[in-house]
Design a protein around this ligand. Structure first.
Ligand SMILES: NC(=O)c1ccc[n+]([C@@H]2O[C@H](COP(=O)([O-])OP(=O)(O)OC[C@H]3O[C@@H](n4cnc5c(N)ncnc54)[C@H](O)[C@@H]3O)[C@@H](O)[C@H]2O)c1
Ligand SMILES: N[C@@H](CCO)C(=O)O
Ligand code: NA
Length: 434
């Protein structure tokens, strides 16, 4: 009988948006978890910071001493505290004392992943982290396991729910940036410090995790070029709408191959305009979507809820069952795979395309001055549109692909032209052929 087997003893660290939901489901459905695991799953302790804030957690489970809980009589530690410390020390202590770990902590994994994987390896235990990227969406398991025999060339998508919620609201209803950010916080999508979301740190951490798994290379958050959405203005959104495009915060991880066959990894997070007809343009609110392009599999798309207590708990509990099964059956999950160790390419050499919207003087010769500035920087123009408005005119230029540094210098040079009154919007363009 399953109920008579030795239980898998679980320590829960953190009982906030995600932890509360994980605990609720574990306590409501013990028979299902036991049947799927092969042994009862027993929560033996819940570490919190302020006990009085958790009236629904049975008193005998609550502790403020997370270290004692982790080093005590448990088999599996579920970390839902977030941030670097004390999460890092707690997980290292857990792994070094032979406990398997489930975590949703992308900030920690993107910086100290290798240290945690090494500790897990030395102790022969598991570390699972599906909830750390794209919430409920099964994405890391497919990359780590299902696609382990393929060669991935690109991973591109929307992996931050908060910023997607804000950009969708600004696009659809004309909400202000701060109204939409407040709503995202109330709905449990935003990080404890929402600048992690809006400044792109969260998406960059996720890009580092995705690039590491996809390219079998250690990529950390600092390797990822990062631009957030704080600079996205109502003018940028309007410029995109005028061209039948949407603005999205994209995480893009690519395998780049030089003419001589040398390979590198490029990982970047920045806002970009994509055509309304692109599948990512229809991903709204806290939903996430990620495209994976692999040599044999071709294109794959992963879509679903990327944030929120309940969707994230689904991924955490899926990992918990996988790890618990391994404990019951003496199995083992995948270890770190970083055999390729490709170099990381700088953003300046990464090929991108720009959309540039300018206010210029409406007089002859302006277009040719602007065009020759592009020419001088070896950047070729794909589309140009000019509209007169009395003394002023607006000029919209979309470039072909060029190294990002060349595009940056072109914009700087254009801004210095006396005929250019204002650079209204500069944004990268993705999702269309060059
Ligand atoms: N909320 C989401 O949508 C979501 C989605 C995916 C991943 N995550 C990740 O899941 C983790 C938890 O996120 P959350 O939204 O539940 O955060 P939260 O802020 O709601 O909860 C964290 C909890 O940990 C507690 N805590 C802090 N320090 C502690 C300590 N030393 N000991 C014990 N408890 C401590 C806090 O008091 C808080 O209750 C984070 O790593 C986050 O990035 C969150
Ligand atoms: N703050 C994160 C939570 C999910 O990882 C987001 O908004 O996507
Ligand atoms: Na996921």
């Amino acid at each position: 009988m399953i109920e008579d087997r030795e239980p898998v003893r679980v320590a829960l660290l953190g009982c906030g948006t995600v932890g509360t939901e994980v605990l609720r489901l574990l306590r409501e459905r013990p028979a299902e978890f036991a049947a799927r695991t092969g042994a009862p799953v027993e929560v033996t302790g819940v570490a919190v910071r302020r006990p009085h804030k958790h009236p629904d957690v049975p008193e005998h489970l609550i502790t403020t001493d997370a270290h004692a809980l982790v080093e005590g009589d448990v088999d599996l530690v579920v970390e839902l505290v977030g941030g670097i410390e004390p999460a890092r020390s707690l997980l290292l202590a857990a792994l070094r004392s032979g406990k398997s770990v489930v975590t949703a902590n992308k900030a920690l994994l993107a910086e100290y992943g290798s240290e945690l994987f090494a500790a897990a390896d030395e102790s022969g235990v598991d570390i699972y982290f599906e909830a750390s990227v794209a919430g409920a969406i099964p994405l890391l398991r497919p990359l780590r396991e299902s696609l382990a025999g393929d060669r991935i060339n690109r991973v591109m998508g929307i992996v931050n729910g908060t910023t997607n919620y804000i950009l969708s609201a600004m696009d659809a209803s004309g909400s202000t940036y701060s109204e939409a950010l407040e709503e995202a916080g109330e709905l449990g999508y935003a990080e404890a410090d929402p600048t992690a979301d809006v400044d792109g740190f969260d998406a960059a951490a996720k890009a580092a995790i995705l690039a590491s798994l996809a390219f079998h290379t250690r990529v950390t958050a600092t390797d990822v070029h990062r631009e957030g959405i704080a600079g996205v203005s109502a003018g940028d959104i309007a410029a995109a709408q005028g061209l039948d495009r949407s603005v999205k915060l994209l995480s893009i991880c690519e395998r780049v191959v030089d003419d001589d066959g040398t390979e590198a990894v490029s990982a970047r997070v920045h806002p970009a305009m994509i055509p309304k007809s692109h599948p990512l343009a229809g991903v709204n609110g806290a939903f996430n979507a990620v495209f994976v392009e692999a040599e044999s599999a071709g294109q794959l798309m992963f879509y679903g809820q990327g944030a929120g207590g309940s969707p994230t708990a689904s991924a955490v509990l899926g990992d918990l069952v996988a790890v618990a099964r391994n404990l019951v059956e003496s199995g083992k999950g995948p270890r770190e795979s970083a055999h390729a160790q490709l170099p990381v390419q700088s953003m300046g050499s990464t090929p991108t395309r720009y959309h540039i919207s300018l206010d210029v003087e409406d007089k002859p010769g302006v277009l040719s001055q602007v065009a020759s500035t592009f020419n001088e920087h070896d950047v070729s123009i794909s589309v140009v549109r000019q509209e007169g408005r009395g003394e002023d005119a607006s000029l919209v230029v979309v470039t072909h692909v060029a190294p990002d540094s060349a595009l940056r210098s072109t914009v700087d040079a254009i801004a210095r032209l006396s005929v250019v009154r204002d650079v209204v919007s500069v944004m990268r363009v993705e999702g269309e052929s060059s």
